[in-house]
Design a binder for this molecule. Sequence first.
Ligand code: SAH
Ligand code: SF4
Ligand code: F3S
Length: 439
Amino acid sequence: MGAAEKKVFIKTYGCQMNVYDSERMTAALGAEGYAPTATPADADLVLLNTCHIREKAAEKVYSELGRLRRLKDGRPDMLIGVTGCVAQAEGAEIIARAPVVDLVVGPQAYHRLPSLIARRVAGERPVETDFPTEDKFDHLPDASRARRAPAAFLTVQEGCDKFCAFCVVPYTRGSEVSRPAARIEAEARGLVERGVVEITLLGQNVNAYRDPDGVGLAALVRRLAAIDGLDRIRYTTSHPNDMDDDLIAAHGEEAKLMPFLHLPVQSGSDRILKAMNRRHGADDYLRLVERIRAVRPDMALSGDFIVGFPGETEADFAGTLALVEAVGYAQAYSFAYSARPGTPAAGRPGVPEAEKSERLHRLQALLVRQQTAFQAAQVGRTLPVLIEKPGREAGQMSGRSPYLNAVHLLAPAELSGRIVPVEIVATSSNSLAGRLVSA
Ligand code: SAH
Ligand code: SF4
Ligand code: F3S
């Protein structure tokens, strides 16, 4: 199509599932003659793939739309679309609040993007937030067509039936749906043919994965582990209640399954866990961690925490600190509770903002100490590192350890996509420095 080719710019917010969806939208739009571009300035179509998880995340969309409005003033035929979880949650409200927006499409309807663009060109400002009966995955080209990097995401499960009292995801992503294992395997093989050696299986509740034939996550992992050329498998995000015996056993048996697990617990107080509708206690979680470490002693754990959930007292918060002390996290995310419209906890009397941020600081200080200790413990070890891309400085490459730490080292660019032994020589705030070891 040459010079007549149109360009699309997608800005991605939120979780890895949005990253994956953006890749699939890029692939779908590629089939419609849109080439990806790295800046909105020369784009014919700009998509904001949004996140609704906390108020701040959702508000970012409107400030970005403000910036885009100025750009569009000089380029009236540029199209602007809002996709993702804000699109799903707010739908037509976005069209009303932001006149610059041409179309709105929720996560379950991305395969309808080309027809929505056509409807916009015909004069409509379409909003598509249905949960269609057809499966978008049957109608979207593989993300693998848009992939170049050695590590890739692959969505295997979407949606959530857990309804934690604080969370918008069950509303924005709908109920749990698992893709058939055979499809996933085919997509994984496609990725491996394009040079991918590490796949992270994605799902809002990935360990609740169960396909229409009854294949669970452990069986899926074993099936993918049989693919030659696929060397590393990860999955995220897991719910503690869905870590079944088979999956725990797989961590002890399957060498390709990496020793890093993101296992959010949110709080260490039973009272708060109950109010959050998490359906497990702090001890259940600690026992689970013990069982996982029994089969995989070097398992690095990651978590998510919410502080200042409605009703959280200083004693409840002390329970969270105690749980963190007991687990010892390699890495973790922590957030001040943000009331989300439409969720059960939204109407409950809140913890004062000052208390929330004071607790958040204390928790984060502890989590940073643990992360620092975890990284310091890697120094002196030789780890297999997947070399992924050029680093910041000349001659440098960056890669990932089995524990998902970023590792920077001097290495030839040809090593990209290879897993090589690297001696860890130093640690900084968010990454490790290594030295290539001749094998
Ligand atoms: N499905 C995953 C993660 C969902 S969202 C899970 O079950 O853990 C990612 C994280 O955002 C959550 O784990 C939670 O810690 C945080 N989060 C979700 N809703 C929030 C809210 N209303 N306020 C603050 N943090 C929230
Ligand atoms: Fe949200 Fe809870 Fe579902 Fe995770 S398990 S997506 S926190 S409702
Ligand atoms: Fe955000 Fe939606 Fe992911 S709300 S965290 S983009 S599932």
